[in-house]
Design a protein around this ligand. Structure first.
Ligand code: CMC
Length: 428
């Protein structure tokens, strides 16, 4: 017999089916609540208890620290796959064959030019503009140069849109950095792999032959994989929400970039390094900052700590911490900020405040240290996150459209004034 949940309101009971996922996750299906109950709704700010969709892309178990893309463990993917393979897996559901991967790579390369007029748009931004704002605007501007809507019933049109954004996004991301650094814009080199080409587009100098570095490329590849999807987080929910109005893929992704920018989400990676730098400048007193984070009168939060879903550890943080040690070692870099980070984590992990609230280092706690070691400027950290998250956003957008999900339109509980008589300005 299928399980049911009963809700009793004012003595009247209503039954709702329980939906069970493939990992035995259970959810009460309240689709018919308003109809059945004559207008009663639910209230769940921040969606702490509310599933917005059924999805077959990413599974995570916050209690056990499990993260899987399409069933594959993040540890295996970070160790054995490359970013493009993972992107294909997320978007299309299966690991690509050699031929599929090669076609995907080639098709992306074919699209890796950006209309020259896009440079005029970039030119209009002041150098001081934050790269995330510029990237969001440029991604939106792509719509003007490419078909604005995708025929989601056509597999071909969908594929074309996916390949187009996968190809042009790294170019735009790299350009946001080159603009800040007054470097001429670079189109990269299609003979290089996806991640290597991204690195070239960011760092090549006009008067120097670009030399690729395997340690750097491998580290970047891994970081992008670790960020590639994370089910219904803030930016992904934004992409799905915007896309649910049948806005195009690029418009939806542009909105996702804006959502990711915030310091409670992807912007945390920049905030972490700024915080660690501030602690260093202040004499390295980690205890003082732990106290500040615990003080409810102080708005300071330990950036890179805590997660809405992970309550034991963030598996991505575990991989990144190990990787940070390796990359810094391989590159022969000693960064005092890494020691401060480790010191901070050590103290926090034993402190009652953090233990009781299950606050652990998240993916952003160590990622900035690697980005720094790779020579990536701090204000580009969240752009790196966006580059990684791109296939996740695409996969979630595609799934939402293929499942023909309805437009996202939450309800509310109104707490404003009840009806008032209007008074003209002379009577007020
Ligand atoms: N430092 C100090 N206290 C914290 C922190 C923190 N980083 N995070 C949560 N708390 C406290 C919070 O004050 C609250 O305490 P109390 O119960 O006494 O009121 C309790 O822990 C629960 O916090 P919450 O804000 O209700 O939890 P949430 O699930 O709404 O927020 C979070 C999750 C990630 C936004 C939050 O932990 C945070 O602000 N962390 C710092 C920013 C950060 O590192 N963000 C990156 C997240 S991972 C990558 C990504 O998603 O992009």
């Amino acid at each position: 017999m299928s399980e049911k949940a009963t809700i009793t309101i004012d003595g009247k009971s209503y039954e709702f089916p329980i939906i069970t996922g493939t990992e035995n996750e259970k959810g009460i299906d309240i689709k018919n609540l308003r109809n059945a109950s004559g207008g009663i709704t639910t209230l769940d700010p921040g969606f702490k208890n509310t599933g917005s969709c059924e999805s077959a892309i990413t599974y995570l178990d916050g209690e056990q620290g499990i993260l899987r893309y399409r069933g594959y463990a993040i540890e295996d993917l970070a160790d054995k796959a490359n970013f493009l393979e993972v992107a294909y897996l997320l978007i299309f559901g299966e690991l690509p064959t050699k031929a599929q991967l090669s076609k995907f790579d080639q098709d992306i390369k074919e699209e890796s030019h950006v209309d020259e007029d896009m440079k005029k748009i970039l030119d209009g931004f002041p150098k001081s503009a934050h790269p995330m704002g510029v990237l969001s605007s440029l991604t939106s501007a792509l719509i003007a140069f490419n078909p604005s809507s995708v025929d989601v019933d056509s597999e071909e049109a969908m594929y074309e849109a996916i390949v187009t954004i996968m190809a042009k996004f790294p170019v735009l991301a790299a350009w946001t950095m080159r603009k800040r650094k007054s470097l001429p814009l670079d189109y990269g080199d299609n003979s290089l792999g996806y991640v290597e080409n991204l690195h070239k587009m960011m760092f090549s100098k006009p008067n120097k032959t670009y030399e690729s570095n395997k340690i750097v490329n491998d580290a970047l590849d891994k970081l992008l994989i670790l960020h590639a999807d994370h089910e219904q987080n803030c930016s992904t929910s934004t992409v799905r929400m915007v896309g649910s109005s049948h806005a195009g893929l690029f418009a939806s992704i542009s909105a996702g970039i804006s959502a990711l920018w915030g310091p409670l989400h992807g912007g945390a990676n920049q905030a972490v390094i700024e915080m660690l730098e501030a602690i260093k400048t202040d004499g390295g007193d980690t205890a003082k900052y732990i106290d500040k984070a615990k003080d409810k009168e102080d708005s300071f939060r330990l950036m890179g700590f805590g997660h809405r879903v992970y309550k034991n550890f963030d598996p991505r943080a575990k991989i990144i911490k190990k990787s940070a040690d390796e990359v810094l070692g391989d590159l022969g870099i000693e960064d005092p900020v890494l020691d401060i980070a480790k010191g901070l984590a050590q103290v926090a992990l034993k402190d009652d405040y953090f233990v009781q609230r299950k606050l652990y280092p998240n993916v952003d706690f160590y990622s900035g240290i690697i980005y720094r070691a790779l020579g990536i400027p701090t204000e580009m950290f969240t752009v790196m996150f966006a580059l990684g998250r791109l296939p996740g956003w695409i996969a979630q957008w595609r799934e939402m459209r293929l499942r023909k999900e309805p437009i996202g339109r939450p309800r509310q509980i109104y707490i404003g004034e009840t009806h008032r008589e209007f008074k003209s300005v002379s009577e007020r």
